[in-house]
Design a protein around this ligand. Sequence first.
Ligand code: G3P
Length: 222
Amino acid sequence: MKNNFKLIINMKTYSESTNKKAIKLAEVCKELQKEAKKRNVEIILCPQNLDLKDVVKSKVKTYSQHIDVCSPGANTGFIVPYNVKDCGANGTLISHSEHILETKEINKRIKLSKELGLESCVCARDVKTARKLAKYNPDFIAVEPAELIGGDISISTANPKLIEQSVKACGEVPLLVGAGVKNGNDVKIAVELGAKGILVASGVVKAKNKKKVILDLLKGFE
Ligand code: G3P
């Protein structure tokens, strides 16, 4: 599925998306894959590492939330990219706003991901950073203004200009956007401005009816 839209659900370390609840969310996403496909959207789940293997089993595309620069061996407590790939994950987030890395470190991880056949989604908080990171050619750049993350006002309503400018700044690299995204209308605005997908966390994870929210988000891609 090339050139399709992405809906990345970052499960962070919320208790509502940990352990058995991670598997449950994965099952909901699996169920909604038909609805996603109809709208040319690929759902990607991004569980914390403890849940990675279980989520992979759901057959929903899965990314790690982070990788370190190291090989299998004596690396206590690190996230080894080779092992992420080996357990069946398809990609990784890099430098999320809650796990920021220096440019040099980001570049190392993009290269490593390419070598291993992992997709890379690099996060940026503004246009300037997005432009700089696009030069390293990750698979996606996700722009998320840190001050809107976890809140009730979405990037689409608070700062549509940021979406427009980031699309231009990223050139050939598809732009995803996130922060405060809650519903299909937020998605619709972002897509109309040129975004190729959404990165969402609390809007889905903390929702009582996750299926309903995800379905609404998918409708925004129509
Ligand atoms: O990675 C997604 C994220 O940082 C946005 O979080 O809770 O505002 O959807 P949230």
